[in-house]
Design a protein around this ligand. Structure first.
Ligand code: 5RP
Length: 226
């Protein structure tokens, strides 16, 4: 692993620990914690395991996170089995100054958006490399129904993007991902709605309607809140 990747991992760990410190006072024995997907979310899962007796259970945004939670002794429930998710904690691929996000680099965007929408509060945890002035350098993940992949790809091309099928990948929902390159997003809320309206699109990775309530940003000189 390169020095840069090692330093980034340390920052992810610091953001994850800061999230645990932030939520710990809000937890009670019946609290449900929503948990995201990806390497930063994995750091959060590991830190959360240290306070697993402070809450009831977790709801996971992917099979892989559910497995990691279970392996660490944290009870995992289906979203439909719980009434209320206290807080959802997850990473992001890009964060803009209004806390709008691009997510879905790990392909879990639809379940992430569902758990985030179910939670009272969405806390995003990132290292400083994820901060951008405008969303869109990171290819935008769009989950599509398999039979509609050509249709949605043509629509996304007409909107100005360059959709590429994520090779050899299918989501936990059995769908495909188109990663849309060259697609700058000056108005995240409008782009999120326009792409969601494409027939055959299940969900897209812009989180503007469901922006983060707080973003914990880890930098070499400390952790700040956005
Ligand atoms: C997964 C996601 C992740 O939160 C996003 O890709 C960031 O991942 P990482 O923490 O590994 O950089 O949206 O679908």
């Amino acid at each position: 692993m390169s020095l840069k990747a090692r330093q980034q991992n340390i920052l992810k760990l610091q953001a994850a620990k800061a999230a645990v410190d932030l939520i710990r006072p809000k937890l009670s024995s019946d609290s449900i914690v929503g948990v995201g997907t990806g390497s930063t979310a994995n750091c959060f899962i590991d830190a959360l395991a240290e306070i697993k007796n402070h809450f009831d259970a977790a709801v996971a945004s992917s099979q892989s996170s559910a497995e990691r939670l279970s392996q660490l002794g944290i009870k995992v429930l289906e979203l439909n089995a719980v009434n209320e998710v206290l807080v959802y904690v997850d990473g992001a691929d890009e964060v803009d100054p209004n806390r709008a996000l691009i997510k879905g680099g790990g392909g879990a965007l639809t379940r992430e958006k569902i758990v985030a929408a179910s939670a009272q509060e969405f806390i995003c945890i990132v290292d400083e490399s994820k901060l951008v002035d405008m969303l869109g350098k990171f290819p935008l993940p769009v989950e599509v129904i398999p039979m509609a992949r050509g249709l949605v790809a043509r629509d996304l091309t007409a909107m100005g993007g360059q959709p590429i099928l994520r090779s050899g990948f299918s989501t936990d929902n059995g769908n495909l991902i188109l990663d849309v390159r060259e697609f700058l997003i000056p108005d995240p809320a409008a782009a999120e709605t326009a792409i969601n309206n494409l027939v055959g699109c299940v969900c897209n990775g812009i989180f503007a309607a469901q922006a983060a309530d707080q973003v914990i940003v880890a930098r070499p000189d400390g952790v700040t809140l956005l």
